[in-house]
Write a protein that binds this ligand. Structure first.
Ligand code: GLU
Length: 257
């Protein structure tokens, strides 16, 4: 049974950073306002936030070459602090306590760690604490890491029996072609029997690891387990509130179950 009042919101690095790679505090603040609104309207929210690596990259200039693993470890270690600190300050304005959950793919295999992790997030929710989740990028560096935070957010939604998963990136949803081309149309609803493979763009943003291909894959898998999945644009004003209050008139792609 899914809990219809429980929502997992995943925010991509590209939503949280400006074109120069700086943390976009104005956007973060707007997202926090909307999450506070959701909570005031009876929703339990779990936030899966990317942005650690992108944010850390801007914090430290190094004058020598770093390989990709070193970059990921170094920048995520620095960036995660900044990210969580910012969320802490912003949510505090609403008297919302947040708790940080850094996780790994292996914690989602049935067993003690899975149970502990679920119990941890449940106890947070029961006590009104908002879990802010990210991959533990400092140690997850091999092929054992999540494909990206889209996959992670799907696993969190399933683990917690959420009714809805919202994937926020800088695009309105899935289009019938290149979103930049005027002839491309947004696909509003995806039914379980629909196959959109031919429409999925493989290009990615520079900020994070995800992309539409992985969002589509996650969305399908998660919807198959009975969770409504929404792909929407986190750069649109008030998107989370509008998706709840007036979904008919709010641009997004929804995977129905
Ligand atoms: N965990 C990474 C970060 O916080 C993001 C992974 C992704 O882009 O999905 O930077």
């Amino acid at each position: 049974m899914q809990n219809t009042k429980r929502i997992v919101v995943k925010v991509g690095s590209n939503v949280l950073t400006t074109s120069t790679g700086k943390l976009d505090i104005t956007r973060m603040s707007a997202l926090v306002d909307q999450i506070a609104w959701l909570r005031n309207n009876g929703y339990e929210v779990i936030l899966v936030s990317s942005g650690a690596v992108a944010c850390g990259r801007k914090e430290l200039q190094v004058d020598h070459e770093l390989d990709s693993v070193e970059q990921r470890q170094l920048y995520s270690a620095i960036g995660q602090i900044k990210l969580i600190h910012q969320y802490y300050d912003l949510f505090r304005e609403y008297n919302i306590a947040i708790g940080q959950v850094l996780t790994m793919k292996e914690h989602f295999e049935e067993g003690e760690q899975y149970n502990n992790q679920r119990a941890c997030m449940e106890v947070m929710l029961q006590n009104g604490v908002l879990p802010v989740v990210n991959e533990n990028d400092t140690v997850c560096v091999t092929e054992l890491m999540f494909t990206d935070n889209d996959e992670l957010s799907g696993l969190v939604a399933r683990m917690l029996g959420a009714g809805t998963l919202v994937l926020l990136s800088n695009i309105d949803g899935i289009y019938t072609g290149d979103p930049k081309k005027p002839e491309s149309q947004l696909i509003r609803t995806v039914r379980p029997e629909d196959n959109l493979d031919r429409y999925i763009q493989t290009s990615k943003s520079s900020a994070g690891r995800g992309g539409m291909e992985s969002k589509y894959h996650t969305a399908r898998t998660v919807a198959q387990s009975g969770i409504r999945v929404i792909i929407a644009n986190g750069e649109r004003d008030n998107i989370l509130v509008d998706l709840i209050r007036d979904p008919e008139n709010t641009v997004h792609t929804e995977f129905i179950v």
